[in-house]
Design a protein around this ligand. Structure first.
Ligand SMILES: C[S@@+](CC[C@H](N)C(=O)[O-])C[C@H]1O[C@@H](n2cnc3c(N)ncnc32)[C@H](O)[C@@H]1O
Length: 326
């Protein structure tokens, strides 16, 4: 057993949690550091299990691996995975392991909502860390270093990782037994791989690239220590089903940390105003194809998916919040 600690950014100025865990040792920044305050959630978690962490997206049964063990790019690339129940098999495509329901499918194709499809484009994936993401600062996003939350220990999944700006940081921190960078966009995952090569993030240590849909997470129930979702909820086809999935896969005591844009009259139209919200059900989104919410809605949704200990920080339309599986 060991402690899981969440260092949660609640300040307004630049700063970063300096968590570094070396084998069997823990070190956590406490209290106030460089204008940033941290709240720590302590909980007991089981050690990362030695069994396969990936599960079939159809049956949720653990996958059987044929190939070298290890949660790193070369080992996963050289392995084949098969569901112990339905026999569906999964292999790495290019640089990532495809664990979508449609993996390996020949005839069928489907289009996801525009907010998902947009990020599958090679151009958007290329531009994402070359200006696109930096634009979020205008809405109050403080930037990569300030948004980075160190959640110490165990298996961390960076869902909707995009080009992996946080996954790479989590992996190179050395604080996790495994970091899984997960996205639905093939091109975002390829871009992430290119950055890993350029930045020399160690590929042989603990980083996996996985293609999966947030609505069908390829992990067994109660198997993941921490989930991070940076600037992603507003892009998901169904935030309620996604957060239910996150709650399903988190271990008891596991932590969910997320950032997103809050709904404002500018980004969501007139119907984001509280009194007019019921009309949103009738007219749908007006100005935007993204799903923006007010803070109370996010809290309510997490609670209805069984997550507790809500804590948040808001800066203009930016919100960072954390929740825990009881
Ligand atoms: C705005 S980017 C966020 C990237 C990164 N986490 C960050 O903090 O900048 C949103 C990401 O959500 C992903 N996404 C959209 N729909 C998804 C889905 N159904 N399942 C998984 N990821 C999805 C997109 O591919 C995109 O990479």
């Amino acid at each position: 057993m060991r402690l899981l600690r969440l260092a949660f950014f609640t300040g307004h100025r630049r700063g970063e949690a300096a968590h570094r865990r070396r084998q069997g040792q823990e070190e956590a920044t406490r209290g106030s550091h460089g204008g940033v305050q941290f709240q720590e959630i302590k909980t007991e978690l089981n050690d990362a299990s030695k069994t396969e962490v990936f599960a079939c997206p159809v049956c949720y049964e653990p996958l059987i691996r044929k190939g070298p063990p290890g949660m790193n790019l070369p080992a996963i690339y050289r392995s084949g995975f098969k569901c112990s129940k339905c026999n569906k098999s999964f292999t790495s495509k290019d640089v990532f392991l495809d664990l979508t329901v449609t993996s390996g499918i020949k005839e069928y194709s489907e289009l996801k909502p525009a907010r998902t499809e947009l990020f599958r484009s090679p151009l958007v994936s290329f531009l994402y860390e070359r200006g696109w993401r930096q634009n979020f600062n205008r809405s109050g996003f403080p930037g990569r270093d300030e948004e980075f939350q160190s959640v110490a220990g165990g298996i961390l999944v960076d869902v909707s990782c995009g080009s992996g700006l946080f996954s790479r940081k989590f992996a190179s921190s050395g604080a996790y037994s495994s970091v899984i960078a997960l996205d639905f966009s093939e091109n975002m995952l390829r871009q992430c791989y290119d950055y890993i090569k350029q930045e020399e993030t160690p590929m042989n240590t603990n980083l996996a690239l996985v293609r999966a849909d947030i609505l069908r997470l390829p992990f067994a129930s109660c198997s993941i220590d921490a989930i991070h979702a940076g600037a992603a909820i507003h892009c998901w086809p169904s935030p309620s089903n996604a957060i239910a999935e996150i709650s399903r896969v988190l271990k008891p005591g596991g932590v969910f940390v997320a950032t997103t844009f809050l709904s404002t009259p500018t980004n969501s139209g007139l119907f984001s105003i509280d009194a007019l919200k019921p009309l949103r059900q009738i007219v749908g989104p007006v100005n935007s194809s993204y799903n923006f919410f007010i803070e109370g809605e996010l809290e309510d949704l997490c609670r209805s998916c069984g997550l507790v200990n809500y804590s948040s920080k808001v800066q203009r339309s930016f919100i960072m919040f954390s929740r825990q599986k009881p």
